[in-house]
Design a protein around this ligand. Structure first.
Ligand SMILES: [Zn+2]
Ligand SMILES: [Zn+2]
Length: 183
């Protein structure tokens, strides 16, 4: 399940490998909001190597399930994300200034890291990019009308006659206003 490539197998000719990563493995990183809808993420890595520098282009595809943030209906989200990542040889990232590795320019670049001289590992990067590709506020539809705050019907399917102006003057709304002021 690990996505790793042996450095010695790579050369200047781009090579594409396909791999998969079990989605359950990353589910706990999705803080309970998302759950995997397919058992694996499909990964395609294209890699080239020039001396110790390995350049990769990675595509990750998967499917996740979650509840809409407004109406709580189940939502299925396709993730299809691509990224580039370069690996340099061991010790090359902070070669510029060994006393102050953190200030070495390349260290700050999220798209470059070191390989261990034997292989490159892409699992963590794939997971990170999938998480970045998932929306912070998942919606079943951009125009989702959500639930009525009063009677909780799903306003995408039904309409109600609740007077929401009155809702705003309810004790709960007052409390909410107080909270906002406090913050
Ligand atoms: Zn919705
Ligand atoms: Zn209502």
């Amino acid at each position: 399940m690990a996505v790793s490539l042996a450095i010695s197998s790579l050369n200047a000719t781009p090579q594409t490998r396909e791999a998969s990563l079990t989605t359950s493995w990353c589910a706990e990183r999705l803080v309970g909001v998302y759950e995997a809808a397919t058992p694996t993420l499909a990964i395609a890595v294209t890699a080239t190597r020039h001396a110790e520098v390995v350049e990769t282009h990675v595509r990750v595809q998967g499917k996740f399930r979650c509840a809409c943030s407004r109406c709580a209906e189940p939502v299925e989200l396709d993730v299809d994300t691509e990224f580039d990542h370069h690996f340099v040889g061991p010790g090359q990232l902070d070669a510029g200034d060994p006393l102050d590795a953190d200030s070495a320019g390349l260290d700050d670049d999220p798209d470059v890291s070191e390989h261990d001289g034997a292989k490159i590992e892409l699992d963590e990067l794939c997971i990170e990019h999938v998480i970045l590709a998932l929306p912070d506020v998942p919606l079943c539809d951009d125009d989702c009308k959500g639930l009525c705050p009063r009677c909780a019907i799903n306003r995408n399917h039904e309409s109600c006659s609740c007077d929401l102006r009155e809702e705003r003057s309810s004790p709960w709304a007052k409390l909410a206003e107080l909270r906002v002021q406090k913050d």
